[in-house]
Write a protein that binds this ligand. Structure first.
Ligand SMILES: [Zn+2]
Length: 76
């Protein structure tokens, strides 16, 4: 069952969406990673272990545009 997220300012139901993450010529849904980011040379972000990551779902208020993002359990 989809959660109903209400805007704390307008009390309207927020619209479900996602933030894209571009890499290697493709678009994916952005993920939340536990812990600290690890950077290599030239600020290239490295991550090797997708264990414990979650897809990020974002909700937008249709009136004021407020965004709220969630990394729900079970979205890996
Ligand atoms: Zn609002």
């Amino acid at each position: 069952m989809e959660p109903i997220i209400k805007c704390p300012d307008c009390n309207l139901t927020m619209e479900k969406g996602f933030m894209p993450d571009k890499g290697r010529g493709e678009l994916r849904q952005a993920r939340w990673f536990p812990g600290n980011a690890t950077f290599g040379t030239c600020l290239k972000l490295y991550w090797f272990d997708p264990k414990g990551t979650r897809l990020i779902t974002s909700y937008c208020c249709p009136q004021c545009g407020l965004l709220r993002s969630y990394a729900f359990l079970g979205t890996n």
